[in-house]
Design a protein around this ligand. Structure first.
Ligand SMILES: Nc1ncnc2c1ncn2[C@@H]1O[C@H](COP(=O)(O)OP(=O)(O)OP(=O)(O)O)[C@@H](O)[C@H]1O
Length: 244
């Protein structure tokens, strides 16, 4: 099996403070992997290192086998990344932003047009594409950022809290899109606080607490080592409490 995102012995320190401590895991092809943990556990710090936004203090990270630190440009072409803040490029219209992103990734005109029409209609923002992002609601900004990140059809999606602020219809669409993407043998890695979503959507779960990786694997394997039939929420609470 190809390991699409491979994190090995990743540590991040800010000054004397160790924020992420020697974690290793993989996000596999054909799987949606959910990344869960309390506020401040180290999820965003891990996602930022995977996407090359920050450098690890130590450890290595590859995307489709390409090292993000050694060959950043090539590694970055492999994935689409949606950060936890959608407030960017506010003075551009939605369609200007999407074309800007498509230009960066050299997405052919016919492919970008088909993508924009399909995704904007599914997200219900087709009629707003010519308005500035400044005039968008939080959820609309989130949708346009998701579209910008995915317009070059990357095999790996890396999404930091992607469902926050989305209305139920759009959240449903995004979950469907994630499922469709991994069905083609691709990979989706996303962080969430909504454990019911993670439980229903994810093939694999990674749990981080205070910078330590407590678990990474399937929910069934997790259940097998804990109370079978317990919800992910119960297992998460039990696991994070007992490791205090
Ligand atoms: N630039 C920085 N300088 C110092 N400490 C930082 C910096 N960035 C993050 N941290 C610290 O690292 C820890 C992990 O933060 P991170 O943003 O990764 O958490 P998170 O799991 O994404 O949390 P949340 O669910 O609240 O988004 C926190 O204690 C945070 O204060």
């Amino acid at each position: 099996m190809i390991r699409l995102i491979c994190v090995q012995n990743y540590t991040k320190k800010y000054g004397d403070k160790t924020v992420v401590n020697d974690i290793s895991f993989t996000a596999k092809d054909g799987a949606i992997t959910g990344f869960i943990g309390h506020n401040g556990a180290g999820k965003s710090t891990t996602i930022k290192a995977i996407t090359g936004v920050i450098r690890p203090t130590s450890g290595s990270i590859t995307i489709n086998g390409i090292d993000i630190q050694k060959d950043g440009k090539k590694a970055k072409s492999q994935f689409g990344y949606v950060s936890d803040s959608p407030d960017h490029f506010l003075r551009l219209s939605g369609v200007e932003y999407l074309n800007f992103m498509a230009d960066i990734y050299d997405t052919p005109l016919d492919e970008r047009s088909a993508f924009i029409e399909n995704y904007a209609k599914r997200f219900g923002i087709y009629d707003s594409l010519n308005s500035t992002i400044l005039s968008y609601s939080h959820g609309m900004r989130q949708k346009i950022m998701i579209m910008g990140a995915l317009i070059h059809n990357p095999s790996v999606w890396i999404l930091d809290e992607p469902l926050t602020g989305l209305d139920p219809q759009s959240a449903f669409e995004l979950k469907q899109m994630m499922r469709e993407h991994v069905k083609k043998g691709n990979s989706v890695f996303f962080s969430t606080h909504v454990l019911e979503v993670a439980e229903k959507l994810c093939d694999e779960i990674c749990i981080i607490k205070k910078g330590e990786l407590l678990y990474c694997g399937t929910l069934d394997e997790l259940r097998a080592t804990h109370k079978s039939n317990a919800s992910l929420e119960n297992i998460f609470l039990e696991l994070t409490e007992t490791k205090e």
